[in-house]
Design a protein around this ligand. Structure first.
Ligand code: UD1
Ligand code: CA
Length: 427
């Protein structure tokens, strides 16, 4: 059966207190919240609709540049989650499959969980399935209210709940699977007579019950996965949760993480066996690290980095958009950006690829071929290529290409004035 996804991303995110960035474009280790959600559905749905509203142009631009299969649908004004879904009705007028609805502020959900959720919906011949979980502290989430026979009755939002309802620990994850042809008419019938004066998507549960539809809840064991981000505090907590999950995955696969408490590695980083990640290392974005590498302590990989086997990226080294081939060392205090480093290259301490021209606002590439040795404290002014085997003397400022096996020295000759200090003291 065809599945389409609808991702709600139009809300203001008032509790984030952000002037410049819509909530769903805030990031966890170099990737936006919305990016996580889209990545988790793109492999098994035929099309994604992202509902945009607050800072719509920014969200549209993000979606259009990164997800060619996704469409954006504008919601103005933003009158609630139910109203948001109703915006997509014209696009799905004749659609007869399943619609998976998710919130753009719930990045920890796993693809595998969503597939299981859809499978549950199908095997139960469900018309409406909502994902729920048990939270010891359910504050701020919609509560799942059940009848005496334990069947679903409705969802009540925190602001509309009475004391008895507030005590319920089963909460709404904000993820739904709908048999679209049976449920689409609900979106013309939702009411806004609640504490927030909004059209709540959650009301489709009670609507479905009235219509005698088959309405079910899928209870998720790992409640971390549906942790929603409404504030900066939530963002920090979700980043920690995501990181713990990632580090566990690397360790299970044979990577040593010396200190998981001070190491941050993004979900989209691949790491080979027997690589050691030393403390205080921060790896964000998409990266690939080979086997038997040593990374850190205090290294910063900023994304689009590919490191081959047996490579050392040492302390206080920052790497961005770079390839580093096997047996190469970038030991200390260096910046490698927009660069390609061959095999057996040695980068002396304090080497910088000067990749950015602030006048033209352009970035250029530095290429170091195999067996190149760069002396400490050198600046490689891009665009520049150092051909195979060439050496750069310490303190080199390299502004043009260097031929193979050459030695390039740019420092002025050393001058030694014998007894100069003693002469100063006598006067
Ligand atoms: C919502 C659910 C709540 C659930 C929780 C799970 C409703 C009414 N409440 O609450 O039951 O426990 O998610 O995280 O659905 N949005 C729009 N347009 C709007 C309003 C919101 O696109 O007009 C988007 C937001 O950008 C956000 C998502 O919908 O991505 C959820 O909205 P939010 O305000 O965060 O809802 P919660 O209060 O968290
Ligand atoms: Ca939310």
């Amino acid at each position: 059966m065809d599945i389409k996804a609808v991702i709600l991303a139009a809300g203001k995110g008032t509790r984030m207190k952000s002037e410049t960035t819509p909530k769903v474009l805030h990031q966890i280790m170099g990737k936006t919240l919305l990016g996580y959600v889209l990545d988790n559905v793109k492999n098994f749905v035929s099309e994604e609709f992202v509902i945009v509203g607050h800072h719509a142009e920014d969200v549209e631009k993000f979606v259009n540049t990164n997800y060619s299969n996704a469409k954006t649908v504008l919601q103005t004004p933003q009158l609630g989650t139910g109203h948001a879904v109703s915006m997509v009705c014209p696009n799905l007028e004749n659609f007869d499959g399943l619609v998976l609805i998710l919130c753009g502020d719930t990045p920890l959900i796993k693809e595998e969980t969503l597939k299981n959720f859809v499978e549950f919906h199908k095997t139960h011949s469900s018309d409406i399935t909502v994902m729920s979980t048990i939270f010891e502290n359910p504050t701020n989430y919609g509560r799942i209210i059940r009848d005496t026979d334990n069947s679903l009755k409705c969802i009540v939002e925190e602001k509309d709940a009475n004391t008895e309802q507030k005590a319920v620990k089963e909460v709404n994850a904000g993820i739904y699977c709908l048999n679209w042809s049976k449920v689409k008419s609900a979106f013309g019938e939702l009411k806004s007579n609640n504490a927030q004066g909004e059209y709540y998507l959650t009301d489709i549960i009670s609507w479905g019950k009235i219509q005698n539809l088959n309405v079910n809840a899928y209870i998720l064991d790992d409640s971390d996965e549906i942790y929603g981000i409404n504030s900066r505090t939530n963002l920090a907590e979700a980043t920690k949760m995501m990181n713990r999950r990632n580090l566990e995955k690397y360790m299970v696969n044979g990577v040593t993480i010396v200190d998981p408490d001070s190491t941050w590695i993004s979900e989209d980083t691949e790491i080979g066996q027997d690589t050691i990640i030393y403390p205080a290392t921060y790896i964000e974005g998409k990266n690939k690290i080979g086997k038997n590498c040593k990374i850190g302590p205090c290294a910063h990989l900023r994304g689009d980095v590919e490191v081959f086997d047996n490579v050392k990226v040492g302390n206080f080294v920052e790497v961005k958009k770079a390839t580093i081939k096997s047996n190469t060392n970038v030991g200390h205090l260096s910046y490698i950006g927009d660069a390609e480093l061959g095999e057996n290259v040695n980068i002396g301490a304090g080497t910088i690829t000067a990749n950015y021209n602030p006048l033209t606002k352009t970035k250029s590439k530095t290429t170091l071929k195999d067996n190149v040795k760069i002396g400490s404290n050198s600046v490689l002014v891009a665009p520049v290529t150092i051909e195979e085997g060439a050496n750069i003397g310490a303190g080199g400022i390299i502004t043009k290409n260097i031929s193979p096996w050459a030695l390039a020295i740019t420092r002025s000759p050393l001058k030694v004035l014998e007894n100069w200090v003693k002469r100063q003291i006598k006067q």
